[in-house]
Design a protein around this ligand. Structure first.
Ligand code: OGA
Ligand code: MN
Length: 295
């Protein structure tokens, strides 16, 4: 019997290969400039839930195609730093250390200086982010991802019991001034921007809405305090959780290759920019998909 090829349901051949024991897989042989069939989308969706970080190799896609693929996972969130939007594409945040001839930064150069989950400071944080390499340095510029399901699973029993029902506050402003002191990328926020980033409260341990797995959901970048605990206890507990959550065995280090598109799950992982030497240029485009209310 001959196979009937129907473009809406046919599958293309591509491989999904794990990159690390704990998280991360690369997708090889898939061209995201074309709309995905429902079957391919389902396979990618499943792989994203299983591996938490997907690296789509060699994606020669336009910003519009990047946005279109991102939208398949949900509505996109617009970053508060509107100065760094890609012209014509407000859904794209430029992440870059490059400055124009007049010395003005073209993008956010210190995104990811501290471990974090994107937009955890919003009442409705992000499902995931998609970062597409445009220009890569000859050395440095790696991005680290830490599996927060594994971090929860391996938390000592006493700590699990201590933090299980707690809530924590997340604030975009937590370390903003500190970053502003050491970088040229952080503008002084306007009243309108400040109104967009009022702090949010989320469970310290969240349940992934699609897999049901628990994950630690606190970060050194955005989490300011544990609700209801005295300041010193809150600080000590958060420090213990931060240190636990990013141990080497939970971390996949991504070494960027030209045209990589990396899609991570902000409900499952935290990430960190390892840093780029100042004299080398790095530029990537980011979209951020809206998630749902953490529980
Ligand atoms: C981000 C981010 C890290 C990096 O874009 O959300 O944190 O390595 N980037 O650029
Ligand atoms: Mn980030």
């Amino acid at each position: 019997m001959s196979a009937v090829l129907d473009s809406a349901s046919s599958t293309s051949t591509f491989d999904i290969r794990p990159l690390h024991d704990s998280l991360g897989a690369e997708v090889v042989g898939l061209d995201l400039s074309r709309p995905l069939s429902d079957a391919d989308f389902a396979r990618i969706h499943r792989a994203h839930l299983d591996h938490h970080v997907l690296v789509f190799r060699d994606q020669r896609i336009t910003p519009a195609e990047h946005v279109a693929f991102s939208r398949r996972f949900g509505p996109l969130q617009i970053h508060v730093l509107k100065d760094f939007q890609l012209a014509g594409h407000p859904e794209i945040l430029i992440v870059s250390n490059i400055k124009n001839d007049d010395g003005k930064p073209i993008g956010l150069g210190d995104a990811g200086y501290f471990w974090h989950s994107d937009l955890s400071y919003k009442a409705v944080p992000s499902l995931g982010s998609l970062l597409h390499a445009q220009e890569l340095p000859s050395e440095g510029g790696d991005t680290l991802f830490a599996n927060q399901h594994a971090a929860w699973d391996e938390l000592p029993e006493a700590l699990k019991n201590a933090v299980g029902g707690l809530q924590a506050e997340h604030s975009y402003l937590a370390r903003y001034e500190e970053l502003r002191q050491r970088s040229p990328w952080r503008p002084k926020l306007t009243e309108a921007q400040l109104a967009e980033v009022i702090p949010a409260v989320h469970p310290v341990v969240r349940t992934h809405p699609e897999t049901g797995r628990k994950a630690l959901f606190v970060s050194e970048h955005f989490t300011t305090r544990i609700v209801g605990l005295p300041e010193d206890e809150s600080r000590a507990l958060l420090a213990e959780l931060f240190a636990h959550s990013v141990q080497d065995r939970f971390v996949y280090r991504h070494r960027w290759q030209p045209h990589d598109l990396v899609f991570w799950d902000n409900r499952s992982v935290m990430h960190l920019a390892a840093g780029t030497p100042d004299h080398l240029r790095r530029r990537l485009n980011r979209t951020t998909v809206e998630g749902d209310l953490p529980f």
